[in-house]
Each structure stands twice: as structure tokens, then as C-alpha cells.
Design a protein around this ligand. Structure first.
Ligand code: SF4
Length: 465
């Protein structure tokens, strides 16, 4: 592949200062130095994953804020996830396909690595290396269309991740998502594997959505115990029940710490006149804070550095690379999809928060007492999973706190749950806060096929500026 004219490169002159910073520590005791990260991000990654560095109009890759060193390390974690997943798989550490708004303590505690559909999609695309943006998009589309042909055209685009699994493009060891959380299609997609080619084990974690009463907690505790036991059986860890309980306690502490760091960064960012990080850095930080990018130890190192750099930038009035001097602050609602963060910034906006991931970040799990009970209590209280009116009231409060100028409810084509609640939530936000709102439906598809939603977002930003 020839190198694109729009290929981003980290400036050589920042290399020496970056190499002086701390590297990352992994949960298996391994480490990578800042010099090794620099080498990977400046030599190896642009060749293996050129689409991540391509800053053309459809760009959805890494952040180009080269002076945010924690961002370079986060990009390193994201771009090495494929290698780390393959390596873990060889060592008997299962990759578990998940979905829904749960935090991931049970999966890591039982010795697996949880992967959401977006990760599975990226993993399947990146199995073939050296693809430019167009080639990567076409590969993604072809996997998606394979899923549609094999199963249905009615499902949301997350069918692509299931098609990747069905075609054995990525080694998934267990499909074990939560069901009934905010999602219309995942249950159906999981069940579809029972009739497909794949023999991957399936396990559904039921969630008592819309139900009342104390029984919900007991029910969820049993679901969590069953999930952990099931993963433990296929993991190389093979822990006793007591050891699993201890692991879960440790994992809760680890992830509470990550959530705390995320909240600190978020609130610092909200406090600044112009956000100190752009929309790409923001969105990607939230994702590693909740999911850990395959390794919560390394993710926590990145989150600590992000918090410190954010604090420093706020103190010195530094704005995120690519942001306008007075950007339109946008709150984003909805699951699985969101506006192209680069396009938002280029149009004079900035993503200031997103209800989905933030819902998990604001919910700590109690650290004393029974870990299953504590986790069940936390899961049942996620604001995003509450009855729609309560979810909307909570979201309106976040819109106010973040000083958002407008809110976008963005949902995937085929997503019956989110499309069904979008209008009501947007109306309640508008009524409580006075900020304009817009609902946008988009396909989970090639970045090149999203001109219409982008045009609408750009017009919305223009209207608010
Ligand atoms: S887009 Fe909607 S239906 Fe599809 S997986 Fe996400 S939440 Fe579920």
C-alpha cells in the first residue's frame, strides 16, 4: 500500500521528551517502556494500521494531539489490543464477547478478556494489516453484508461482529453478554449462533429490566455467580469459589479506581473554558476507563497520566488540538454509535460527554461485604438502565453540569430500543435544560457512508454557534 498524503505522523522533536516519561505496566508483570511505545507508534503501527493514521475527511483514527503523552500511550494500547488478544488466546486466556451497559469486573475476575462488538469489529478488520481507510471500510462492509445475507437485514449493524465470529475471523471463546439492557437485537444475535456454523459456547446473562422488588438483586447475584463459574471453567486460571470471590473483590477495587480517575478527568475537562482534550481523546479515554482495553493495569497507568495532564492543561489554559476557540459543547446520548469525533471538532463543536459510558463511570461498587451482592446493587442502579423517564432526568442533570450547548441523540439503524426512547429523552432534556436537541439515526457502517448524519450534525453545530 502506498502511503496516503493525509497520513499523520508524530513530530520527531517530541520523541526525546516522550521517551523520558513512564512506560506501562501490565497485569501479568510485563512492562513496556516509553521508548518502545514511541518506536511502535512511529515505525510499526503506521505500516501495520495505516487507516488509523489517515487524516482524510473520513478520519476516525487516533487523536493527532501529539503533546498529550497519555494519548499516545492510550493509542498504543488500542493498536496493540489485537496482538495482545491473540497472545492471550494462545495462553488459554479466553476472549469473551459481551455487550450492554455492564461494567466488566466479572469477566476479568474470572480470568478472561471481555470484548464488545466494536472491539470484535476492529479486530476482524485488522486481522488483515496494511489497509488504508477505503480498504478497511470495504472489509468492514463486506463482513457486515455477510452477516446480513446469512441472517437478516433488519438487525442493527452489530450483526457484523457476530458475522466475524460466525466466519471464524477472530478466536472468541465464549459469547456471554447481558441481555435486556437497552438493546433490542443482542439477544436475537446471540441466539442465532445456535443455528449457525460456529460451535462457540453461548451464555446469556439475564437482567431484570423494568422490574421492581428486592428479588431483582438475588436474581442478578445468581446470574453473576453463574457467569463467573462458566468463564472460570474455560479459563486457564481454574480458581475455587473462594478464590473467585477474592478476585472479584480485587477487580472491583481496580475498576473503582479507574472510574474515579475517569471522573476526575471528566470534571476537570468540564471546568475548563475550552476543553483541554479534543473529542477523540475524550471518547477513547472513557472507553479504556470502563473496559480496560484488555488490561486494567496498563489502562490505569494511562488514566493516571491523563488526569495529571488534564489538570496541567486546565491550569495553563491549554486547549485540545483541533478544537475551536469557543467550541459548541455537545452532549451525546445513545448506545453503540456516536458522531465522528473528528468531524465534530472540525465543524467547531466538541463532545463534552456521553450518557452511556458516563452512567457506568459515576457508579462505584461497594468494596466491603459480599462482592456479588455489591456488584448486583451497582448494576441495578446504573442511571442509563433505569426506566426511561428516570434515565432522561439523570441525563438532563448531566447536560446542565457539563454546560452543554446542545444534545444529540444518536442511534443505530435497526436499534429498536434506542430509536424508540430517543424522542422522549430528547424532549425531557430540552424541557429541563432549555438546550436544543436533535435525533439522528445512522448505520454502523463504513465511515465513508455517513455524509448525511455528518451534514446534520454540522448544521446543528452551526445553528448553535
Ligand atoms: S445498536 Fe442497539 S440493538 Fe444494536 S447492539 Fe447496540 S443497543 Fe443493541
Amino acid at each position: 500500500m502506498s502511503e496516503s498524503k493525509t497520513q499523520f505522523r508524530y513530530p520527531e522533536e517530541i520523541g526525546p521528551a516522550f521517551k523520558e516519561t513512564d512506560g506501562l505496566r501490565f497485569s501479568d508483570g510485563g512492562q513496556v517502556s516509553a521508548a518502545e511505545i514511541w518506536d511502535f507508534m512511529t515505525k510499526e503501527a503506521p505500516v501495520r494500521f495505516p487507516n488509523a493514521f489517515d487524516t482524510n475527511i473520513y478520519f476516525r483514527g487516533i487523536s493527532t494531539d501529539a503533546n498529550l503523552f497519555s494519548g499516545i500511550k492510550r493509542n498504543y494500547l488500542n493498536l496493540t489490543l489485537k496482538d495482545r488478544l491473540m497472545e492471550s488466546h494462545k495462553k488459554g486466556i479466553p476472549a469473551v464477547f459481551i455487550q450492554g451497559g455492564q461494567t466488566v469486573e466479572p469477566y476479568y475476575a474470572a480470568g478472561s478478556i471481555p470484548v464488545r462488538p466494536g472491539v470484535v469489529n476492529g479486530w476482524a478488520r485488522n486481522i488483515v494489516e496494511g489497509l488504508n481507510t477505503r480498504q478497511s471500510n470495504q472489509r468492514g462492509m463486506s463482513i457486515l453484508e455477510g452477516g446480513r445475507r446469512a441472517l437478516t437485514v433488519d438487525s442493527c449493524g452489530q450483526i457484523a461482529a457476530h458475522a466475524a465470529l460466525e466466519e471464524n475471523l477472530v478466536p472468541i471463546d465464549l459469547v456471554a453478554p447481558y441481555l435486556c439492557l437497552r438493546c433490542s437485537d443482542m439477544a436475537y444475535l446471540v441466539e442465532s449462533h445456535r443455528h449457525g456454523k460456529t460451535t462457540v459456547p453461548l451464555h446469556l446473562v439475564d437482567f431484570p429490566v423494568g422490574q421492581q422488588g428486592e428479588w431483582r438483586k438475588e436474581y442478578l447475584i445468581t446470574e453473576l455467580e453463574t457467569l463467573i463459574t462458566k468463564i472460570n471453567k474455560i479459563s486457564n486460571k481454574k480458581l475455587t469459589d473462594e478464590e473467585l470471590r477474592d478476585e472479584l473483590k480485587q477487580e472491583i477495587k481496580r475498576e473503582n479506581h479507574a472510574r474515579q480517575l475517569l471522573r476526575e478527568s471528566y470534571e476537570l475537562r468540564w471546568s475548563a473554558k475550552v476543553p483541554p482534550t479534543n473529542s477523540v481523546d475524550h471518547s477513547s479515554t472513557v472507553s479504556i476507563g470502563i473496559d480496560g482495553c484488555g488490561d486494567f493495569s496498563a489502562a490505569t497507568d494511562v488514566l493516571e497520566e491523563t488526569r495529571d495532564e488534564t489538570k496541567d492543561r486546565v491550569k495553563h489554559g491549554v486547549k485540545g488540538t483541533g478544537l475551536a476557540d469557543d467550541p459548541v459543547r455537545l452532549w451525546v446520548c445513545g448506545s453503540c454509535v456516536g458522531p465522528n469525533a473528528v468531524r465534530v471538532d472540525r465543524a467547531g463543536g466538541v463532545i463534552i460527554g456521553k450518557d452511556d459510558w458516563w452512567s457506568e463511570a459515576v457508579t462505584d461498587v461497594k468494596e466491603t461485604g459480599d462482592p456479588y451482592e455489591n456488584l448486583a446493587e451497582a448494576i441495578l442502579s446504573f442511571p442509563y438502565e433505569l426506566p426511561t423517564e428516570e434515565r432522561a432526568e439523570w441525563t438532563a442533570r448531566q447536560v446542565k453540569k457539563s454546560r452543554a450547548d446542545g444534545a444529540i441523540f444518536y442511534f443505530a439503524w435497526g436499534c429498536n430500543y434506542q430509536s424508540g426512547v430517543a424522542r422522549m429523552i430528547a424532549d425531557i432534556i430540552k424541557e429541563r435544560t432549555g438546550v436544543p436537541t436533535i435525533n439522528i439515526e445512522a448505520e454502523i457502517t463504513s465511515a465513508e457512508g455517513l455524509e448525511q448524519p455528518h451534514n446534520r450534525i454540522e448544521s446543528f453545530i452551526e445553528m448553535l454557534s
